[in-house]
Design a protein around this ligand. Structure first.
Ligand code: PLP
Length: 417
């Protein structure tokens, strides 16, 4: 994108931004939590909206001069409510973690009990891990996945809920490749007297496009990030039932944040408009079709996927499933050397440490944004297999790097289109 003034003012930052643009253009991004925002979203982000202080909410601000930002925030709220079918939306959270902390503050007292998905089975650290505020302020317990299916077992969730008696039951994950049955979670919450929160940070785009069931009808609170399958700016959002609206708003501001980032809110509004287009529904369906194609390609070459496959945008590869011991850290480095970018990741019941886990997590949202489809996923499966099966052998990596470069040239990222 043209950044003429920046080039004049600060050549160093300008060069770094150009380098990052080139890095993104010349690599294949399989990080399941990342995506490429549109040029329109990027333009809203770099607008004068960044200059405005607007503590409070539309019509109730602590600063003068908020007439225009009131309109942009209200537009964003209205679009979020309409798209998700939610009673209330707060679009101010600066991040997904912030959105989660605000919900806890809205409905829990310090020391209250949370029941959430175990990090080692795909959960997120803001769901009560001791190194996160959520684990220090609240008392977290976990449900996992079954040993045999590696999927969530709702009977286990219910029996855990009966044992723990959580104040808040949380559904949602960072590394779970199967459809989450939000209606069943709501049922467990109702039976155990808990409020129900769904964190759809990863799957929000799939939910909006109706290719994954929505938790909105069932959950007291739904939190999300806005930059993953959602494909907007980096940030968070909370949807809730009307009865929680006041508590949610108070928890976000002044509870955990100061002034909202109005440029981000403007960009969130743009992304929501894009998500309402019929083409977004096709995009979301293609994310899943691509994930299934990549999963099939890897499975056909002997790689075992956790739970046997995927229903959504991501998959976890069990690196113990082929000859020779390799770990996620090696796999991430070897693939990265060929400009295939992914995460090392623990797999359920992993005996290895998080620094050298037994898996990698692969996701298709970013490649799908670039227009790639099933044939490209089949090529990618062959390249990943070649590099991993060859234990990062230099010749294979160099050959695949050339193939990756050719593919990238044919599928530009939005910023360089
Ligand atoms: N919730 C889930 C399920 C996530 O996967 C993530 C991020 O990966 C978050 C919350 C946190 O989002 P953020 O990085 O914006 O704080």
């Amino acid at each position: 994108m043209a950044l003429c003034d920046l080039e004049q003012t600060d050549r160093e930052v300008y060069d770094l931004i150009c380098r990052e643009e080139q890095r993104q253009q010349h690599s294949l991004n399989l990080i399941a939590s990342e995506n490429h925002a549109s040029r329109a979203v990027l333009q809203a982000l770099s607008s004068v909206m960044t200059d405005k202080y607007a503590e409070g909410y539309p019509g109730k601000r602590y600063y003068a001069g908020c007439r225009v930002v009131d309109d942009v925030e209200q537009l964003c709220i209205d679009r979020a409510k309409a798209l998700f079918g939610a009673e209330h939306a707060n679009v101010q959270p600066h991040s997904g973690t912030g959105a989660n902390l605000a919900v806890y503050m809205a409905c829990l007292k310090p020391g209250d009990r949370i029941l959430a998905m175990d990090l080692s089975c795909g959960g997120h650290l803001s769901h009560g891990l001791s190194i996160n505020m959520s684990g220090q302020a609240y008392n977290a317990s976990y449900y996992g996945v079954r040993h045999d299916t590696e999927m969530i077992d709702m009977d286990e969730v219910l029996s855990q809920a009966r044992k723990v008696k959580p104040h808040l039951l949380l559904a949602g994950a960072s590394a779970y490749s199967r459809t989450i049955d939000f209606a069943a979670f709501a049922d467990v919450a109702a039976r155990s007297g808990a409020v129900f929160m769904a964190d759809i940070a990863h799957i929000a785009g799939l939910v909006m496009a109706d290719v994954h069931p929505s938790p909105v009808p069932y959950a007291d609170f739904v939190t999300t990030t806005t930059h993953k399958t959602h494909r907007g700016p980096r940030g968070g959002m909370i949807l809730s039932k009307e009865k929680w609206a006041k508590k949610v708003d108070q928890a976000v501001f002044p509870g955990i944040q100061g002034g909202p980032q109005m440029h981000c809110i403007a960009a969130k509004a743009v992304a929501l408009k894009e998500c309402a287009e019929p083409s977004f529904r096709q995009y979301a369906a293609q994310i899943i079709a691509n994930a299934k194609a990549l999963a099939a390609g890897l499975t056909a070459r002997g790689w075992r996927l956790i739970s046997g496959g995927t229903d959504n945008h991501l998959m976890l590869v069990d690196l113990r499933s082929r000859d020779g011991e390799i770990d996620g850290d090696q796999a991430q480095r070897w693939l990265s050397a060929a400009n295939i970018i992914c995460n090392k990741n623990k797999i359920p019941f992993d005996s290895r440490p998080a620094t050298h886990p037994s898996g990698i997590r692969l996701g298709t949202p970013a490649l799908t944004t670039r227009g790639m489809k099933e044939p490209q996923m089949e090529m990618l499966a062959a390249w990943i297999d070649g590099i991993l099966a060859g234990h990062g052998d230099e010749k294979t990596v160099a050959r695949v790097a050339q193939d990756v470069a050719r593919l990238c040239d044919n599928y530009p990222i939005p910023a360089v289109r």
